[in-house]
Structures are given as structure tokens and as C-alpha cells.
Design a protein around this ligand. Structure first.
Ligand code: 13P
Ligand code: SF4
Length: 325
């Protein structure tokens, strides 16, 4: 590896040395160096979700967080270009909230099993079936589905959003498990849809009990997209930001995060002394984002995210109503 490149990236490697073996660093260093230069040239910032791999999350991202934090931060970005290291609905949300910016997504196929589980026509049918019942839609949906809804929520604010409406019944789309997990914590009655996250639906109660047997003293943290039976077995459930905060404030000596794999790596960078047990469920969509395609996105200014004009205004309203709660 070029000695100048080694010197330029040495301080970045120090950040991630606990989770990236030294022999792998040369595979990343050149792209990282090029991306940092391209960000300056394009006046760009990179927003990265907590599920991005450590070389993206810790070495090239300017803003990191859960879906709620990325939406809030996207709104105030002053740079000309936002590159979303996350899935497509996150890039759409950034574009909705800061429409004057160029929003790039490094891979156009970054879907989400929840976003794909529902269409605007489904939302209209639910409205017809339950007239007058407000529709709360998870941000993990397309802009067109958001546009057909009353208000959005994330896993970080779902209960607050549901209770803010001041009604005794809401429709909550499309994540059945998130809806059931919120229903367990509120008096508001919740009508759910049948969408599931393909990553979180795979965790089972049997897994959790086996993990506790194999790792005495284990603290189990779960994302609320996990089935309610799994959340009931966990010590704590919350959004990806809430799971990170739990580790930061409570410092459990042995912990498992029932969520996407990269979360543990990204947190372990800050707390190498903690023992992270890692049953690994990868999100194949999040993992389509790589240093190589972030670099190409900035070199070629692709793929620009646009939102259908008819959907943009009502979708923005649904997201802004959420942010005002
Ligand atoms: P968070 O909003 O908790 O970051 O979750 C997003 C997501 O896609 C979880 O699978
Ligand atoms: Fe969608 Fe699940 Fe991947 Fe999150 S982890 S982006 S909900 S498929």
C-alpha cells in the first residue's frame, strides 16, 4: 500500500482496529481516502444508518443514527449533496425533508421487506374498511404509501405518535410485530397489517433461551420489529438508537443485540471491553451499500433520488407531523 495513503488513513484505522483486522485495512483505505476527497469536491455529506458496516459508519459517514435521527438531520443539511448509506425509504425521507438537495443512493436496489409489503392501494382499502380511524405508517415504506397515510412513525417514537392522536383506535402499517409491541404498551387499540422485517422475524424465543444458557449473565436487547414473544423474553427493547444508548449508559459486560449484525460491530468500536455475543442476521438490503458504490455515487453523481410530484407533498406532511410530535 502507498505509504502516503497509509499515513493519511492511519488515524481512521485506529478508530476501527478492534473490529477490522489490520490485514483487511488495505482493502478499504483507498476507497475511504477517495471518498473523503470526493465529499469535499462535491460539497457532499454521507448519512449512514446504524446497520452500515464499520468502515462506512466510522470512516466516511458525517451523520449516523437510527431512522428518526437520520430524518431529523437530513432536514438541516446545508451541503449540496446528501449520500444515503441506508435503504431506499431513508433516501426518500431525506429528499422529502430537504427537497432542494441532491440526494444520492449508491445502489438502486436497496429495498426493505417492510416497504415492499404494502402499496398505496392497500392503504386506501384500510381507510375504506375503517372509516375515520387514523393511519399511522412506519417510515419503512415508500413515499407513495406515506402519502396515503395520516402520520408516520419510527420504532423510536411509535408509542408517542400513536398516543398523540388522542383517539382510542388507530391503524398501524405495515409492521405487524411493531404494531403488536406498541399495543402491549398502550391503551390505544391497534389494527395491524401483516408486513414483517425479514431480518428480525427470524429471531425466536428458543434462540433467546439458548443464548442465555450458553452465555451466563447475558443481557438481551431486542429491536421492536422482532416478534412480541421475543421482545417479551428480552431485557430491553427499542430502536437502534435506544439499543446503542442502553449499551452506552448501562455498559452490560455481556450483551446480545437481537437486530442486524453491524450494530454490534459499530458499538463495539467504542466499548471493546464489553463482550458482544453475535448471532448474526444480515440485512441483505443494507449490505448492498459498499465503499465502492459510495465512491462511484460521488464520482458519477448517481443514483439521484426523485419523488413523484403528486406523492411528495402529502408524504412530506405525514413525516413532518411525526417530527412535530
Ligand atoms: P431504526 O429506526 O430503529 O433505526 O430501525 C430501522 C430499521 O430498518 C430496522 O430494521
Ligand atoms: Fe427493512 Fe428489516 Fe432491512 Fe430494516 S433490517 S431495512 S426493516 S429489511
Amino acid at each position: 500500500m502507498d505509504p502516503n495513503l497509509i499515513a493519511r488513513t492511519a488515524s481512521l484505522y485506529q478508530r476501527v482496529r478492534h473490529v477490522i483486522p489490520a490485514m483487511e485495512w488495505p482493502l478499504f483505505a483507498e476507497d475511504i481516502d477517495a471518498i473523503l476527497a470526493l465529499k469535499r469536491r462535491r460539497h457532499a455529506v454521507i448519512l449512514a444508518h446504524n446497520y452500515q458496516t464499520p468502515e462506512i459508519f466510522h470512516c466516511v459517514a458525517d451523520i449516523v443514527g437510527d431512522s428518526l435521527a437520520l430524518a431529523r438531520e437530513a432536514m438541516t443539511v446545508e451541503a449540496d449533496v446528501i449520500v444515503m448509506a441506508g435503504v431506499h425509504f431513508m433516501a426518500e425521507t431525506a429528499k422529502l425533508l430537504n427537497p432542494a438537495k441532491i440526494v444520492l443512493i449508491p445502489d438502486q436496489e436497496v429495498g426493505c421487506s417492510l416497504a415492499e409489503s404494502i402499496t398505496p392501494a392497500d392503504v386506501h382499502l384500510m381507510r375504506q374498511r375503517y372509516p375515520g380511524v387514523p393511519i399511522v405508517t412506519y417510515v419503512n415504506t415508500s413515499a407513495a404509501v406515506k402519502a396515503a397515510s395520516d402520520i408516520c412513525c419510527t420504532s423510536g417514537n411509535a408509542k408517542r405518535v400513536v398516543e398523540s392522536l388522542g383517539v382510542d383506535r388507530v391503524i398501524m402499517l405495515p409492521d405487524e410485530y411493531l404494531a403488536q409491541n406498541v399495543a402491549a404498551e398502550t391503551d390505544v387499540s391497534i389494527i395491524a397489517w401483516s408486513g414483517h422485517c425479514e431480518v428480525h422475524e427470524r429471531f425466536t424465543v428458543k434462540d433467546v433461551r439458548q443464548l442465555r444458557r450458553d452465555h451466563p449473565g447475558l443481557i438481551v436487547l431486542a429491536h421492536p420489529e422482532c416478534p412480541p414473544s421475543v421482545v417479551a423474553e428480552a431485557d430491553f427493547a427499542g430502536s437502534t438508537a435506544a439499543l446503542s444508548d442502553y449499551v452506552a449508559t448501562r455498559r452490560p459486560s455481556r450483551v446480545v443485540l437481537l437486530t442486524e449484525c453491524s450494530m454490534s460491530d459499530n458499538i463495539a468500536v467504542h466499548y471493546p471491553e464489553l463482550d458482544f455475543v453475535r448471532p448474526c442476521n444480515l440485512c441483505p438490503h443494507m449490505k448492498r451499500i459498499t465503499l465502492a458504490n459510495i465512491r462511484t455515487a460521488l464520482e458519477e453523481m448517481r443514483h439521484e433520488v426523485t419523488i413523484d410530484a403528486a406523492a411528495a407533498e402529502p408524504a412530506r406532511r405525514a413525516v413532518e407531523r411525526m417530527l412535530a410530535v
